[in-house]
Design a protein around this ligand. Structure first.
Ligand SMILES: Nc1nc2c(ncn2[C@@H]2O[C@H](COP(=O)(O)O[C@H]3[C@@H](O)[C@H](n4cnc5c(=O)[nH]c(N)nc54)O[C@@H]3COP(=O)(O)O)[C@@H](O)[C@H]2O)c(=O)[nH]1
Length: 888
């Protein structure tokens, strides 16, 4: 291996390799290290095979093979060359100077370009960590590299001068040989010598001026330069130091380094760093430089320990970092904003690999930053890649453009969320796109809201069935399809028969739950291609399409009837409901949505009229019935105001004595301009429409008033029974209503009896017990009407404070003919008695029935056998005649 001190002789034209280290070069190298705040600096010279360090600071080796020299790149480029991280540099990553001592990671070299244009090496600064140089430091490195060149070229001049002097010495030798010639020659040579001396003086003068020029260099440096000793005395400084601090040279000589800092904290920090520079050889600190005028300027100060005039000093440089500080501050603020952003923010490379993710990303996706970095963003789609938004994003990245897209993304726990993502390219100083920044916005809540709005528009909120809008739409679509294929469309309209009763007596929570369960059963009954919708309240509708006749519709409707009939269990109540269904068909019953629905509705009313729990096909005559019903409803609404109601009274007879012991008030409607309307027609309508509440109040008041009048007229005192419907069976209103009726008529409460149907009290026994107890406390008598038709629980019955059971007339009617009815009638009598209640039979119309009831111990009866319900005047006449029931 060739010795680094023995370079190629043809190359060493300036004799640099022969000369060894020199203080003039070391001064520049040191200055470069200070200015650039690097631990290493070298003046590197190249021959064909080696690089040799003419001067070095912080570098142990004297040289390296040329092929691994960083300097080689600088010489090739003939320009300032900066390698921020050699570990990532394609040419130097595996370089032994990088992977081994001195572990170079940062390199900045300025070429040494001679006046003839050739580059012979570089002035370089080196560091063991990745970093870069600010503009001022780069400029300083270039200035110093030119100074190295100046030194080298000065050396060349001095060399040539030495050669001339050698020639001169030879001439003097010849002079001694020949005096004569000597004189001649002396005279010649003297003038030559004078000339040479003059040249030498000029060269020397030039040399000393170059030596002085280090001050000029220092003065030309962009920052401030200073040199102070251990006592803190400033020995050298540059012009900038005076200009920036505002102090004169004289004043600077009187000042100490710490005088240039305002706060105690800063003084302490700087003092500590100065001490460190003296002990460790170098140090740097950022602090505010205090000027004479009191201004504070952010500075980066670096200092290294050097020998100067035989004593240890600190030579350093200060660089104004105001711009960097404000850049850092704005960067810090931006960073803070990104960190604090509620939107997730990521930065990716051009392939979509994530290089940065903020905390909001963590919160939004559930993935930690550590799990995220380095992954391609497509992991957020978790396999759900067939999305239009992805294509849009891909195109924008290819075009290096901004774009927005809506993506289905998936959190770490697998939950899908809607990501309204916006991406934008990030460009470097050469305007090249190097990255993309993405702002992710979780709009799942908005999407959910949109979905709910849409759902609200199409879906019934309670049952989750299709609503009216969707139903109509489906009918429309089915008609269109049916027209093309010559098919039928069946439209069904269904109403729950006793829903209002349940809803009113058990409350809306129970009613709602019942509707939900009914909806589920209906869905289960129909096929996938059929539509079931909630039309409103307890009304449901169906669309059955794709059929050539009515058979399928019939099958499905039968199935619905059977299914709805089965008991429902709601909040501990076993509920029994049935339904009435009407059906209309396209094309025979109507050609459009509204006509088909209207006709199915008419058929449904017919089904109700037919006794409920059945379905009916539409016939044109039904519309007439519907019209009649609507007319009746409107007349019923006017009836109370027009005073068209009257009460008839049916006597109740004691079966032992045959005497009248009570009365039942029965409502009659005699419209002023029409025939009497039977209660079986208008009472269900009044119940459905809610009109039964004001009508019932009128009945209660009128029955009490009549009874009081009869008493005042001297008629025997009798209890009057009033029927109470489910709509009236509400604790607060009923109790008040009864109290008002008794108070305002003055009737004794013991002369009033309320009849409540078995099914009403049994639907919600607990509530019924409470209400019955309140009524009982008022002194009223209570009877359970239509007993035997409902589903009485014996345990509840025992707890009801009831005085009387009334055997339903349906059992009385066939007592002689149907053994089952006889058994039930007998059982009711026995049950009532065992519970301490009296038993009355209604609808007794013949002696056979009467005999049976008497034989079986029934207490009372009412029926046509004894008397029809009578208007009040006829009743008074009857009572005055004091009739007795004939018992045979
Ligand atoms: N909530 C209210 N309901 C009332 C009121 N008034 C009557 N009603 C209920 O209407 C239903 C029909 O009543 P109506 O047509 O009056 O029928 C009653 C009697 O007229 C009838 N009856 C009596 N004796 C006989 C008979 O021997 N044969 C026969 N076929 N019918 C007879 O029975 C009905 C008695 O009803 P009830 O005792 O209540 O069961 C009916 O459900 C009435 O309850 C009212 O003001 N409010």
């Amino acid at each position: 291996m060739k010795d680094v001190h023995t370079p190629d002789p043809t190359f060493d034209r300036n004799g640099l390799f022969k000369s060894g280290p020199e203080a003039a070069f070391d001064e520049i190298t040191t200055l470069a290290a200070i200015l650039c705040a690097t631990p290493m600096a070298v003046i590197s010279l190249l021959d064909e095979q080696r690089q040799w360090f003419k001067s070095r600071v912080g570098v142990a080796v004297e040289g390296t093979p040329r092929d691994i020299a960083f300097c080689g790149l600088t010489v090739e480029r003939m320009a300032l060359t900066i390698i921020s991280d050699a570990g990532l540099h394609p040419r130097f990553a595996g370089n032994p100077l990088v992977t081994g001592p001195p572990y170079i990671r940062f390199y900045a070299g300025a070429p040494l370009v001679m006046s003839d244009g050739t580059a012979i090496g570089s002035l370089a600064v080196l560091d063991t960590v990745p970093r870069t140089l600010c503009a001022e430091q780069q400029q300083a490195l270039e200035v110093l590299s030119r100074q190295v060149v100046a030194q080298i070229e000065l050396r060349s001049h001095v060399q040539r001068l030495a050669d001339v002097l050698r020639d001169l010495s030879h001439s003097e030798e010849l002079l001694r040989l020949s005096h004569r010639e000597l004189e001649l020659r002396v005279s010649e040579r003297t003038s030559e010598l004078i000339e040479l001396n003059a040249r030498l003086a000029s060269e020397i003068d030039r040399h000393s001026s170059e030596a002085r020029s280090s001050q000029a260099i220092i003065d030309s440096l962009p920052g401030i330069f200073y040199l102070y000793d251990r006592m803190g005395r400033f020995l050298r400084w540059n012009r900038n130091f005076e200009m920036i601090t505002g102090y004169t040279a004289e004043e600077i000589r009187q000042l100490q380094p710490l005088d240039f800092f305002a706060t105690e904290q800063e003084k302490e920090l700087v003092d500590q760093r100065i001490g460190r520079a003296f002990t460790h050889g170098s140090a740097s600190v950022e602090a505010d430089l205090l000027t004479k005028g009191g201004k504070r300027i952010p500075y980066l100060f670096t200092g290294i320990r050097i020998e100067f005039n035989g004593q240890q000093c600190i030579s350093g440089m200060g660089v104004d970092i105001t711009e960097r500080r404000s850049a850092e501050e704005s960067l810090r603020l931006r960073n803070r904003a990104i960190q604090a952003s509620v939107n997730a923010i990521i930065i990716t490379d051009l392939e979509g690999n994530i290089e940065y993710a903020n905390p909001a990303f963590e919160r939004m996706t559930g993935y930690s930053i550590r799990e995220t970095l380095g992954r391609n963003c497509r992991f957020l789609q978790a396999g759900d890649r067939n999305q239009a938004g992805i294509a849009a994003i891909r195109q924008a990245i290819a075009d290096r453009e901004e774009s927005s897209a809506l993506l289905r993304n998936y959190r770490k726990d697998g939950e899908m969320f809607w990501n309204d993502v916006h991406i934008a390219p990030v460009r470097d100083q050469h305007d090249e796109v190097t990255h993309f920044v993405g702002v992710l916005n979780d709009i799942s809540a908005i999407k959910h809201y949109e979905y709910e709005l849409e759902r609200h528009a199409n879906v019934d909120a309670l049952t989750a069935l299709a609503n009216r809008n969707v139903l109509k739409d489906r009918i429309r679509q089915s008609i269109a399809t049916a027209e093309r294929h010559r098919e039928w469309v069946a439209v069904g309209f269904m109403d729950l028969d006793n829903f209002k009763f349940i809803n009113d007596s058990l409350g809306h929570t129970v009613g709602d739950e019942l509707l939900k369960q009914v909806a589920k059963r209906l869905q289960a009954c129909l096929r996938e291609q059929d539509t079931v919708a909630r039309y409103g309240g307890d009304e449901f509708a169906f669309v059955i399409s794709g059929e050539k006749d009515e058979k399928t519709a019939v099958t499905l409707m039968s199935r619905i009837l059977r299914t709805v009939e089965l008991p429902f269990l709601v909040e501990g109540h076993k509920l029994f409901v049935s339904c009435s269904i009407g059906l209309s068909f396209f094309p025979k019953d109507g050609g459009d949505v509204d006509t088909l629905l209207k006709n199915a509705d008419a058929a449904m009313f017919r089904a109700k009229e037919k006794g409920r729990n059945n379905f009916q096909f539409y016939t044109p005559a039904m519309n007439q019935r519907v019209t009649e019903r609507l007319t009746l409803e409107s007349r019923l609404r006017q009836a109370l105001l027009r005073n068209e109601f009257v009460l008839h009274y049916q006597p109740k007879v004691d079966l032992k004595s045959g005497r009248i012991v009570g009365l039942e008030a029965l409502l009659r409607w005699r419209p002023s301009n029409g025939e009497m309307v039977p209660p079986s027609t208008f009472i269900p309508l009044a119940e459905e429409t809610g009109l039964i509440v004001p009508i019932g109040e009128w009945v209660l008041y009128t029955a009490c008033a009549h009874n009081r009048l009869m008493l005042q007229a001297g008629v025997q005192s009798l209890q009057v029974a009033v029927n109470i419907s489910a709509r009236q069976f509400n604790t607060e209103t009923l109790v008040h209503m009864v109290k008002d009726a008794l108070d305002s008529t003055g009737l004794d409460s013991s002369l009033l009896e309320l009849e409540l149907t078995e099914s009403l009290v049994m639907q919600n026994p607990e509530e019924a017990i409470g209400l019955l107890a309140q009524l009982k406390d008022m002194g009223l008598r209570l009877a359970i009407d239509d007993f035997g038709t409902g589903y009485s629980s014996l345990s509840h019955l025992q707890r009801f404070p009831v005085d009387r059971l009334k055997i339903d007339q349906s059992f009385v009617r066939d007592i002689g003919a149907d053994p089952n009815d006889a058994i039930i009638a007998r059982a009711v009598i026995s049950l009532g008695h065992s519970l301490g209640m009296s038993v009355i039979a209604e609808g007794v119309s013949n002696y056979e029935q009467l005999a049976f009831l008497r034989e079986n111990g029934c207490d009372e009866m009412q029926g046509f056998l004894f008397s029809m319900p009578l208007p009040v005047d006829e009743l008074i006449s009857l009572l005055r005649s004091n009739p007795t029931l004939a018992m045979h």
